[in-house]
Write a protein that binds this ligand. Structure first.
Ligand code: NAD
Length: 227
């Protein structure tokens, strides 16, 4: 495939490396060449099978708008732009474009989501989420922590579920969900720790392979089983 990776930072650079290992032809654009999505022209996107975005919340919003307006297919790992999701879904639908987004492209975290839905079946417990990331992460709480809270809220709509965020060094990402009985007699804990960014990068490249020839909007957790 001809892939266009937006963002040459910690994750985007690894996405490009893994995509090349999987024999894709890869172009990478960073902020200097794509301010305000200026590089995403009809000509460039005509020769692009899919875009993969690991930039910033503001840049991702501009990139998604530009790509979908031209009917392109885009995989978005960047978090922090979801308030605009409805608008972007409509844009994908009206232009025959494709948007595949996820707060986390790691298969291990997809398992954590499933296990959390199972943990949420407990009644009478208090839930808490803790997340730890590197100090340069722009959004807090993490998108993954917000997804975990949504999963718990699906079974406990009225529960007050707090998220504690820590920003430490170069931490790659840790998420912990705890369920504690009100009497404090016991606690159940689910934890995922990312030891490198490779899991996210591989999942994003596989998502770009999956999206080929498709139009519509999907969240990664709904399709990862098909990869
Ligand atoms: N969904 C996931 O699995 C997952 C995993 C890791 C990171 N993330 C998210 O991905 C995003 C990027 O994370 P990171 O750690 O790689 O950040 P980073 O700061 O290392 O890299 C971001 C890069 O985007 C570039 N950029 C900014 N504006 C741009 C534009 N208009 N066009 C092209 N490039 C532009 C910056 O110059 C920088 O190089 C964050 O939102 C982070 O939360 C998601």
């Amino acid at each position: 495939m001809n892939l266009l990776v937006l963002g040459n930072g910690k994750t985007g650079s690894l996405v490009a490396e893994i995509a090349r290992q999987r024999n894709h032809s890869v172009r990478v654009l960073d902020r200097d060449k794509n301010l305000n999505a200026q590089a995403l022209t009809t000509d460039l996107l005509r020769t692009t099978d899919a875009l993969i975005d690991f930039t910033t919340p503001e840049a991702a919003l501009q990139n998604i708008r530009a790509a979908l307006t031209l009917g392109a297919r885009i995989v978005v790992g960047t978090t922090g732009w979801y308030a605009h999701l409805d608008e972007l879904k409509s844009l994908a639908a009206s232009n025959n474009g494709a948007l595949l987004y996820g707060t986390n492209f790691s298969i291990g975290v997809m398992r954590l989501f499933r296990l959390t839905a199972d943990l949420a079946q407990l009644s009478g417990y208090n839930f808490h989420i803790t997340e730890t990331h590197h100090t340069t992460k722009l959004d807090a709480p993490s998108g993954t922590a917000i997804t975990l809270r949504q999963i718990l809220h699906a079974s406990h709509p009225d529960a007050n579920i707090e998220i504690t965020s820590h920003r430490i060094g170069d931490a790659k990402g840790e998420h912990t969900v705890t369920a504690t009985s009100p009497s404090l007699s016991d606690t159940l804990e689910l934890r995922h720790t990312a030891h490198s960014r490779e899991g996210f990068a591989l999942g994003a490249v596989q998502a770009a392979e999956w999206i080929q020839g498709k139009s519509g909007t999907w969240e990664f957790r709904d399709i990862f089983d098909q990869l």
